[in-house]
Design a binder for this molecule. Structure first.
Ligand SMILES: [Zn+2]
Length: 182
């Protein structure tokens, strides 16, 4: 803040004040000196400071908002990728299991069934290894980079994948049973 110097109206001494203060004590006669004449100027200065502050806050807010939107999009993309991977894995596994459970051991269909099962397991392994690594670490709620417990995520995804494979076997069994009934 700039210092402004005037002469004391009582003793003529040097009185200093800060740009946004209306009063100062004269260091020569000790009297309180008012700066009413510069009140408007001081207020304008205050407004100018406030405007600069608001502009700064606004750009900081805008930056945070963009960061937040970006991390939301990353998370949405990750969830989409996870759902696609899970769907593909479950379908491959269910189909593979149904074929293997139905055809003769030395038929060509058996090769197809086994291939589908292997593809499902490869998808499973890729999913539980790659998805935790790709999980976005930016936390849009606090605006900070938080450490993601990727091992916990790995365990969680593995459990879900195994459950989905079991489910696909169950559905495969039901479909095979219905076919046998017909
Ligand atoms: Zn004075």
């Amino acid at each position: 803040m700039d210092m402004i110097v005037i002469n004391c109206p009582y003793c003529g001494g040097r009185v200093e004040r800060r740009a946004n203060e209306y009063f100062a004590n004269c260091s020569y006669c000790g009297r309180k000196v008012a700066f009413d004449d510069i009140k408007e100027e001081a207020e304008l200065d205050l407004y100018r400071d406030r405007i600069v502050e608001l502009q700064h806050n606004n750009s900081a807010f805008e930056f945070n908002r963009r960061q937040e939107e970006e991390s939301r999009q990353k998370l949405r993309k990750w969830i989409k990728r996870r759902n696609i991977t899970f769907t593909v894995m479950t379908l491959l596994h269910g189909l593979g299991f149904s074929i293997v459970g139905r055809v003769d051991e030395d038929s060509d269909m058996m090769v197809l069934g086994m291939t589908l099962l292997l593809a499902a397991w490869a998808t499973l392994i890729a999913a539980v290894v790659l998805l935790p690594l790709a999980y976005p670490s930016y936390n849009y709620l606090t605006g900070e980079n938080r450490p993601v417990n990727r091992f916990f995520l790995f365990l969680k995804l593995s459990a879900i994948c195994i459950a989905l494979c079991m489910l696909s076997i169950l559905i495969g069994c039901i479909i095979l049973a219905i076919f046998d009934l017909i």
